[in-house]
Design a protein. Structure first.
Length: 422
């Protein structure tokens, strides 16, 4: 249960933060957000807010989306001959159109649809109460809603509130805002982690932090905040110098020169032999020195975020030199990592969330159709051409990209299941 709760919290925060970026900047650009969804697949809960956005929670925790007016095939399909009902205002304007068989509107008027224009003219025509001898036409309110076949109620999308009606710069920012929010969340989480830990590790000094009880370092007489000057005659200037030297000497006695209160002292210690990645390495039981000032913690959070970015780009580069599904992870791996993090404590959960957030941000910026990066690339192409791509071509490109992503997700998920459960 703890693992499930941890997974849902981590997943929920990442998706909400990412999608809220798209949502916020779409609203600022005057774009109608018809639906804000957490999860995919069958709808569990839906609520329409006063802002015209329907907020939904869906069954499958594999993502989420912001459904903006005028994008892809998000429009509700209204075809001639379709049975529906309309709810009118006091001045006979349509405020709700119901095409769902699951929901009945009291005091609504049943119609057989002839034609509907909910984009430009805002009018709907049909035969009322089955009387095909007379066409009836109604004007539709600008903020009218449609109850879709699934039962989800969404606002109609007149031309002026559609995505393509916004300025190009606003559309680029709206597409970029999701990954941007992930980057901001990562920085906040790493800064919070620095404060929870009481500081950030200083790897650029030979001064150590704490000495673990009963460790080889403690047995040799080392104390917290000692400086290690040399090991077996090799000068130690940084934490990496120390770890690179010690890990290569499991079970072998070392002559270590330490500095304490301005005085040097030589001690002997034998690193404990432990297994790491199938190899024996040495460990003496010390932690890095921690910088604890307010500015150190903030700068440390920023530095750790940047370090994570460089590692991820390195990992992405390795995919091109030697692709393997084992280098990728999906919801199953995320669940497995949540299980391990929940057992390790809140600090590990925060670290995991920061790691996944920066991954989500960077991967979404890859120039792949259906990803935010692919959409931004199309925006820039439009800027260079001076006009947008043909909607049919753009839709085809997006569908190909979406199909590729879905196939990759299925393969990655199956590979994760094989790795963790078989």
């Amino acid at each position: 249960m703890r693992t499930i709760i941890t997974f849902l919290i981590v997943f929920g925060v990442l998706v909400i933060v990412h999608e809220f970026g798209h949502f916020f900047f779409a609203k600022r650009a005057g774009i109608l957000v018809r639906e804000f969804s957490i999860g995919m697949g069958p709808k569990l809960i839906a609520h329409m807010g006063k802002d015209g956005t329907t907020y939904t929670l869906r069954l499958l925790p594999i993502g989420g989306y912001v459904r903006m007016a005028g994008l892809e095939d998000e429009e509700t399909e209204l075809s001639p001959g379709m049975p529906l009902s309309v709810e009118l205002t006091s001045d006979n304007k349509v405020r709700r159109i119901n095409v769902s068989k699951k929901i009945q509107l009291p005091n609504s008027i049943p119609m057989e649809l002839i034609t509907a224009d909910l984009v430009d003219d805002l009018v709907i025509k049909g035969y009322v109460n089955g009387d095909e001898s007379q066409e009836t036409s109604y004007n539709v309110q600008h903020d009218a809603t449609v109850i879709e076949e699934s039962g989800t109620e969404v606002r109609i999308a007149p031309r002026d509130v559609q995505f393509q009606s916004a300025k190009l710069s606003s559309r680029i920012l709206t597409n970029f805002a999701g990954p941007m929010n992930n980057f901001i969340l990562t920085i906040i989480l790493f800064i919070a982690l620095a404060f929870l830990q009481g500081g950030v590790a200083d790897y650029a000094t030979n001064q150590i932090g704490t000495v673990q009880a009963d460790s080889p370092a403690a047995v040799a007489g080392l104390r917290d905040h000692d400086a290690i000057v040399s090991v077996n005659g090799k000068k130690i200037s940084t934490w990496d110098d120390l770890t690179n030297t010690v890990t290569k000497k499991p079970g072998k006695e070392l002559n270590v020169v330490i500095e304490r209160d301005g005085k040097e002292k030589t001690v002997q210690m034998t690193p404990k032999s432990i297994k790491s990645n199938g190899e024996k390495v040495g460990q003496i039981g010390v932690t890095p020195y921690m910088k604890t000032s307010f500015s150190d913690k903030v700068i440390g959070g920023l530095t750790q975020s940047w370090d994570m970015v460089t590692r991820i780009f390195g990992a992405l580069g390795s995919l091109f030199t030697g692709f393997s599904l084992d280098k990728l992870g999906g919801p199953v791996m995320m669940y497995q990592m949540s299980a391990e993090a929940s057992r390790a404590g809140i600090k590990t959960v925060i670290y995991l969330m920061a790691l996944l957030s920066i991954n989500l941000g960077i991967v979404n910026l890859l120039p792949i159709p259906a990803f935010d990066g692919g959409k931004i690339l199309l925006n820039f192409i439009e800027g260079v051409r001076g006009k947008p791509l043909d909607p049919d071509k753009e839709g085809m490109i997006t569908m190909i990209g979406f199909g590729f992503i879905m196939l990759l997700m299925i393969l990655v998920t199956w590979n994760d299941i094989q790795r963790f459960f078989f």
